[in-house]
Design a protein around this ligand. Structure first.
Ligand SMILES: [Zn+2]
Ligand SMILES: [Zn+2]
Length: 365
């Protein structure tokens, strides 16, 4: 838990706080840290986001309970969809083609078409914030899975429903193969020797033999994941056929663009604007890193584009220990409008420092 955000700390409440206490704490903080999105106060903005996130988790019974138990945030569920139809699959048998469909599928139980088939893969996209890539998270995803219908045992017909005489064997349950005297009898593949074929669809599954059910899958997203990562959950997809294995659940990770940080490899780049007097005189500047804030001491005379590296403040390496760095680059900002007094002071500065910053330039080499 040490490196993770403590939502109770963020809201300044004790762990067992009541809903009212959480609400009150949030209201108070939200007022203090309200930020104007065009006001440019990034620190307040980050703090505000943090507070909102903490409130989002702690004010929701289910999320809070899970956060207490796992110490990780579970975001609202993402939805998975199936990817592409399976080859040769007929989704909904209509009544006209019904016998044909079942004739085939019954035979395929034991006959020639009984090749094991892998189930379909589920694909889904999970979008996470950059902050979550530091700590990892448990994400709920919902998949629509087809399971064999319990009403008909997956056969699609009502076992107690209407039947008709099998037209393959005329109701005998056996068919003659070859000509006498070499002929022999074989059990009818169409009716499996029963002599009759059920013709009433199972009501629960409308004849599909399978029921679609929504299931939650909890996905542990490791720290350090990057945009475009894929997580494969083997055998979490659709059920296979004829004893074939289940498909997989394929999760594409999308990392949201962060308003301040830019990730390159496992380093996080942050541009820090400095007023030119801060750059000239040095300053103490509060800067964010993904898990909080720190005071950075800027030495006097720092130049535009100069960089500072904060070791180990980047994204954790996905494979192996350690983390990338946070790379800070400075951008010196000059105000556009000056009043008369300020212009006087600048003029004075110019007289005191006549140095030409371009004096080393040579034009004709
Ligand atoms: Zn059924
Ligand atoms: Zn038959």
């Amino acid at each position: 838990m040490a490196s993770q955000k403590d939502y109770y700390d963020i809201l300044g409440v004790r762990r067992g706080a009541t809903e009212e206490e959480i609400e009150k704490a949030y209201q108070k903080l939200a007022r203090t840290y309200y930020f104007d999105p065009h006001g440019g106060n990034k620190t307040a903005e980050i703090r505000f986001r943090e507070i909102s996130e903490a409130y989002d988790i702690l004010s929701n019974k289910k999320k809070r309970e899970r956060y207490d138990r796992l110490g990780l945030e579970v975001s609202s569920p993402n939805f998975c969809w199936e990817y592409g139809p399976e080859e040769g699959e007929k989704e909904k048998p209509d009544f006209a083609g019904f016998e044909d469909v079942f004739g085939r599928s019954f035979i395929s139980g034991e006959g020639r078409a009984s090749q094991p088939q892998k189930g379909r893969d589920f694909h889904c996209t999970v979008e996470i914030g950059l902050g979550k890539t530091i700590q990892g998270l448990v994400q709920e995803v919902q998949v629509q899975r087809e399971n064999p219908c319990p009403g008909c045992g997956g056969r699609g017909v009502d076992p107690a429903g209407l039947k008709k005489v099998c037209d393959e064997c005329g109701g005998a349950g056996q068919v003659q193969i070859g000509l006498a005297p070499a002929a022999f009898l074989q059990i009818c593949a169409r009716c499996h020797g029963r002599g009759k074929i059920q013709i009433q669809l199972c009501e629960s599954c409308s004849g599909k033999g399978r029921l679609t059910q929504r299931e939650s899958v909890y996905l542990a997203i490791p720290s350090g994941v990057a945009d475009g990562c894929r997580i494969y959950l083997k055998r979490m997809g659709q059920a296979g056929k004829n004893g074939g294995p289940r498909g997989d659940l394929v999760v594409n990770i999308q990392v949201k663009k962060h308003p301040l940080f830019h990730r390159i490899g496992d380093d996080l780049h942050l541009e820090v604007p400095l007023a030119f007097w801060e750059a000239a005189l040095g300053a103490e500047v509060e800067v964010p890193f993904l898990e909080g804030r720190m005071i950075l001491t800027i030495p006097p005379g720092v130049q535009s584009g100069e960089r500072m590296r904060l070791q180990g403040k980047g994204v954790p390496h996905l494979h192996g220990d350690g983390r990338g760095d946070q790379v800070i680059s400075f951008k010196i900002v000059v105000p556009r409008d000056w009043d008369e007094r300020a212009k006087e002071i600048l003029g004075e500065l110019k007289r005191l420092n006549p140095e030409n910053p371009r004096k080393g330039w040579r034009w004709h080499d």
